[in-house]
Design a protein around this ligand. Structure first.
Ligand SMILES: N[C@@H](CCC(=O)N[C@@H](CS)C(=O)NCC(=O)O)C(=O)O
Length: 289
């Protein structure tokens, strides 16, 4: 058990808490510096990073392009959250919450800003009339799973992931609490996917795109190196769905965009053209030594 801690009367900011992201976490909103965001030539400007929250949006954009929606052409600019890019004035104008992903739709006379991944997925699905059913019952089910993700993933990322992988000390109580919650969430998904091919039902939707980068990746052991700890292979229906989604070409492409870790051939730091997947991955940009 961790040493006893008695909270003081008034909380004060300990800048050296020692956690993995201690250098970027702060208790104050707003910009720390002036910095305009770049603007490319496509209608949609995405400011993001290839984390699970960022990947949701690039998967949808690649799926829309694969369906033939030319209006979904986009420039994906890299926001390095470890360097504090999310606190630049231009980024804060697009997302006052200083978190990726953030989108500017410049297709109309007045640019539209959209932040929060669930809001971006909904905005784009409605704009293009794709991956979101119009029939009320089917639409409600997709929204239920989409909002389930928004409420659940913080237990996985901010709770389990933080205390299992990032906290400076391993606190048994915290890891137990969030491992239990995440296992319950995995079981929720597994039971749903036992009865349905996709989360929304028979059709692939933005609900799958929101949940897969977190729970599909967890099921595959890609996040927090926690596959064995959580015994993810036991969730057979979730495994089936994780493979089904992960094998989609648009999902494979979406995962590469704004990615700064892993194999160099899987990292496309910025995406401005469809051909960038073939010519601009890091293995092609960095000459072999
Ligand atoms: N609820 C938000 C969560 C976004 C989020 O947590 N983004 C993280 C990266 S995955 C971030 O930008 N963190 C930077 C920071 O906290 O300063 C969404 O779904 O868009």
């Amino acid at each position: 058990m961790a040493a006893e801690y008695t909270p003081p009367k008034v909380w004060t900011w300990n800048k050296d808490s020692g956690g993995r992201f201690a250098n970027i976490n702060r208790p104050i909103a707003g910009p720390t510096h002036d910095k305009e965001l770049p603007i490319g030539r496509h209608p949609l400007q995405l400011y993001s990073l290839g984390t699970p929250n960022g990947v949701k949006v690039t998967i949808l954009l690649e799926e829309l392009l694969a369906l033939g929606h030319g209006g979904a052409e986009y420039d994906a600019w890299l926001i390095r959250i470890g360097d504090g890019d999310q606190f630049g004035s231009g980024f804060v104008d697009v997302n006052p919450n200083s978190k990726i992903p953030a989108l500017m739709d410049r297709s109309g006379p007045t640019p539209v800003r959209v932040f929060e991944s669930g809001s971006i997925l909904t905005y784009l699905a409605e704009k293009f009339g794709a991956f979101l059913p119009t029939e009320p019952a089917a639409r409600a089910e997709v929204f239920s799973w989409l909002f389930w993700q928004m409420g659940s993933a913080p237990y996985l990322g901010g709770g389990f992931g933080h205390f299992y992988a990032y906290a400076p000390t391993k606190i048994e109580y915290a890891i137990d609490r969030f491992a239990m919650e995440v296992k319950r969430e995995l079981d929720v998904l597994d039971r749903r996917l036992a009865e349905n091919e996709y989360l929304g039902g028979a059709e692939y939707s933005i609900a799958d795109m929101a949940v897969w980068p977190w729970y599909g990746a967890l099921a595959k052991g890609w996040v927090y190196e926690a596959g064995e700890f959580l015994q993810v292979q036991d969730y057979k229906n979730l495994q089936r769905w994780a493979d089904l989604i992960g094998d989609r070409p648009a999902v494979r492409r979406g995962r590469m965009v704004n990615r700064v870790t892993g194999e160099l051939s899987s990292q496309l730091h910025e995406r401005h053209e469809a051909s960038d997947f073939d010519t601009k991955t890091q293995d092609k940009l960095i000459p072999a030594s």
